[in-house]
Every structure is written in structure tokens, then in C-alpha cells.
Ligand binder design. Sequence first.
Ligand code: ADP
Ligand code: ADP
Length: 215
Amino acid sequence: MGKYIVLLGPPGAGKGTQAEVLSEKTGLAHISSGDIFRENLKAQTELGILAQSFMNRGELVPDDVTIAMIRERLGRPDCSAGAILDGFPRTPAQAEALDKMLHELDGKVASVPYISVPTSILIERLSGRWTCRAQGHIYHSLYNPPKILGVCDEDGSELYQREDDQPATVERRIRVYFEQTSPLIDHYRKAGLLIEIDGTQSIEQVTTTLLAAVN
Ligand code: ADP
Ligand code: ADP
């Protein structure tokens, strides 16, 4: 049965950073809904153009579009053993849809690590975030700097600051998180799947805690 791990936490908690490592260590595919939207935007697909206005405003892309996109992604062969889900689900309707999809794929949500970080720290993390143009690798100017300024260690591509990481949009995204996504914490706690992780630790310490928790 496929093992699907859902990473929960506010924008800037460290989901993408930890999903990269977790995917390497477990061999499970890393699925980032934000990365898929950004790839579609870069390629100017219909999906990307639709998602753009929501992303720029710091709002969620509508559930039906997002769910269809993830359904397609989870149906690919590299997800048959399971996956690390980073940024999906983000609403109760998405969580419900995920359960249905996984049921069809003979999989289930195995655990839900919730990376908890206070709001005051999130702003600082997102304003220093640098993202790799080619594959979305994640850096921070202070907490995880690249070896060469502005260049991705992994693939040599350019690093850029995301449009939606500017303070006004970040505040909006955090508000949206509290309104629409944080109810999932209780949902998964009631299902007995939630594992709370202290996300204020260093990147390496969070990885260690997380690996111990999901194994
Ligand atoms: P999310 O995917 O949850 O939005 P990211 O993984 O993109 O979060 O991390 C947001 C920013 O914070 C990035 O710049 C990343 O390098 C940095 N970061 C991630 N985890 C930590 C940590 N434990 N301590 C300090 N900075 C971190
Ligand atoms: P972060 O790393 O800061 O948590 P993401 O890269 O996950 O941000 O998401 C960026 C944007 O993409 C979101 O603000 C939202 O507009 C859109 N998005 C990503 N995942 C979802 C989702 N599951 N449902 C709706 N919109 C999403």
C-alpha cells in the first residue's frame, strides 16, 4: 500500500526544505503544489495563467483546479509507492478529495507532520528566501546560503526572490493559512495522524526529528 506523507504548516515553516531531504532519504516522490503551479506559469499553460492571479494576490487557487492537478500528478508511476505532499491539501475539501484519490490508488495518508512555527519568524524566513529557477531548490540568505551568491548549488541555475514573498503578500498568505488551512490540524489530529514538530529548530534538527517521526 502506498505511503503518503502530508506536510502541514504555514508558509515559511520549512515544508519545501524538509520535503526535499525526506524525498531523498525515503525514495518517495516530492510533490509540491506550489512548484507545479510555478512550472505551469513559466510554460504559460492554461493552468498557469489561471493560477497566476490567485498566487500574486496570495490567495488559494480554486479547489476544483488544484484537486484535478494533483489527481493527475498522483496517478503517475513515480507515485505508486507513495509521495511526500508539500502544500496540498490546503483546505478541508482538498483533504477529503485526497482521501478519495488515495483510496482509488490503494494508498493512504500514513502520517501528517505539522511543522509549527510562530508567525513572527515566518516573515523573516520568507523575506530571505531565494528559490532556484530551474527546479525550485530553496535557500535563505542567512540560514541556508548558497555556496555562490545567486547560484543554485544543485543545478547551477539562477536564484530569484518569489514575487509573493514580499511582505504585503506574505501577510495575506498567512491570513489565508489561518482561515482555510489551519482547520486541517484538528482534522488530522482527530484522525490520529498528526505529529507536531518544532519548526523553530535548525534545518538539520528539524530533519532529524522529522525522520524519526515518519519512520
Ligand atoms: P515552506 O515550503 O513551508 O513555505 P521553505 O522550506 O520554503 O518553507 O522555507 C522558507 C524559508 O525559510 C527558506 O528560505 C528556507 O531556507 C528557510 N528555512 C527553512 N527551514 C528553516 C529552519 N529550520 N531554520 C531557519 N530557516 C529555515
Ligand atoms: P509556500 O511555500 O510559501 O507555502 P507554495 O509554493 O506552497 O507557498 O504556494 C504558493 C501559492 O500557490 C499559494 O499562495 C497559492 O496561491 C498556490 N497554491 C499552492 N498550493 C495550493 C493548494 N493546495 N491549493 C490552492 N492554492 C495553492
